[in-house]
Design a protein around this ligand. Structure first.
Ligand code: ZN
Length: 327
């Protein structure tokens, strides 16, 4: 066996690191994710490629990789259009027996969750966030917890709180090349098919390890906008593992970016064959690099190279109020 083969065999994506989507008004986004869903606001920063706009992160108590749902709030962005080459839904893992609570809580917040359906022996509740982003709350006993602990919110009993990502659902015109990337390059396991979804799983001991593919056929390509997922990031445990991924992905014929410093992690990006933007992000250094565990997410943090522009950026960004700052 050659060196390249040995390396490919050793590499396996544990699961999702973060999912980044486009929202409308930032405060509305905070109200939904930090209050209605009860996630912790892990980081308030700016979009490093567009620093006049926020980048908001929500997650478990520490923003553990596999729990970080992030948003670019672009208030005036047009709505996205579903279609092929898109992340159709983002799934969160919730404890078994919690979907009645979540149905009531979403309805009380003015949202319209669907009926609970069973898929791959897991109960799943679909709803849309205020911008139309499709979410699924998936209640399954086999899904994992993070060691940092579920987020704490006074309106969400701990036994019902969101644990981490469950996975993502991708709509792909022809799922076959994407399936081959997942299994042959990224180390996912094919788990079977149900209800029009082909399921793949990364490391079964990790959170957020599921990728479901749905065949979008000859349907129109998706248009990204408000209420769309921008990209899905998978985990590399450290910089060395990320470098191995860069070589492996390039060797598989994909055009992959240089490493970009995202302050809380380092990132590489490539477009999978179906059109969805994939990222591989390092677990290190993490969200604790610039604030204490207690203060996480409570004030605007800027990377060192933007700190000199703080007053200008603070003047441009909308003021945000977290749920516990409101009373
Ligand atoms: Zn990202």
């Amino acid at each position: 066996m050659g060196v390249a083969e040995a390396k490919t065999e050793a590499l396996r994506v544990p699961g999702i690191h973060h999912v980044t989507a486009i929202s409308g008004r930032a405060q509305q986004n905070v109200d939904f994710y930090a209050d209605t869903l009860g996630l912790r606001t892990i980081k308030q920063t700016v979009n490093f490629d567009d620093p006049g706009t926020h980048h908001l992160y929500y997650g478990d108590r520490a923003g553990t990789p596999g729990t970080a749902m992030t948003f670019f709030p672009w208030e005036h962005a047009a709505h996205g259009e579903p279609g092929s080459g898109s992340t159709e839904a983002t799934g969160f893992s919730v404890p078994p027996g919690s979907l009645e609570f979540w149905t009531d809580r979403l309805r009380a917040g003015g949202f319209s969750p669907g009926e609970v359906v069973t898929r791959f022996q897991e109960e799943s509740l679909r709803c849309e966030d205020p911008d139309g982003l499709v979410l699924e709350l998936v209640a399954g006993p086999a899904t994992r917890e993070t060691s940092a602990g579920r987020p704490v919110h006074p309106g969400v009993p701990p036994e019902f709180a969101i644990r981490a990502f469950h996975g993502v659902v991708l709509d792909i015109a022809d799922p076959e090349p994407t399936a081959r990337l997942l299994t042959d390059v990224m180390g996912f396991e094919h788990m079977g098919e149900h209800d029009g979804r082909i399921r793949f799983r990364g490391d079964e001991h990790e959170v957020g390890s599921i990728v479901d593919l749905r065949a979008a056929g000859s349907g129109a390509p998706a248009h990204m906008g408000r209420g769309s997922v921008h990209h899905v990031a998978f985990r590399a445990r450290d910089d060395d593992e990320q470098e191995s991924w860069r070589e492996t992905i390039a060797a598989a014929g994909f055009s992959v970016t240089e490493v970009k410093d995202r302050c809380y992690f380092r990132s590489i990006y490539f477009r999978e064959p179906g059109g969805v933007l994939f990222e591989i992000a390092t677990d290190t250094p993490g969200f604790g690099i610039d604030e204490s565990p207690e203060e996480l997410g409570r004030s605007l943090k800027l990377p060192p190279w933007l700190e000199s522009r703080r007053s200008e950026l603070e003047a441009r960004l909308p003021k945000l109020m977290l749920p516990d700052e409101r009373s």
